[in-house]
Design a protein. Structure first.
Length: 93
């Protein structure tokens, strides 16, 4: 089963709540927008990951908690956390 914009946002919210040790209802959706990314890793590669260098379409999901924003990137097939404490993470692929 692939992601939709709404299921990706829900999965991102659950992941962030787990990472921060918070209740999910403390996290707010700041913005969810369609976007194009420079490669198949949605511009958020992990480690030494290699990905196809072609434009990929998906969603940029911005979540907020306690005055701080967090960015997830998703497409139909994957969800990634971008630049969390200086690193990217693959949540689901």
């Amino acid at each position: 089963m692939g992601f939709t914009k709404d299921t990706a946002a829900g999965a991102a919210k659950r992941d962030l709540a787990n990472r921060l040790g918070l209740d999910e209802n403390k996290i707010r959706e700041v913005a969810i927008s369609e976007d194009e990314f420079p490669d198949m890793s949605l511009g958020a590669p992990v480690g030494g990951e290699m990905s196809a260098q072609m434009i990929s379409s998906g969603w940029r999901i911005k979540l907020g908690v306690d005055g701080r924003d967090y960015e997830y990137r998703a497409d139909r097939n994957q969800l990634r956390l971008h630049n969390f404490k200086g690193k990217n993470y693959v949540i689901k692929q």
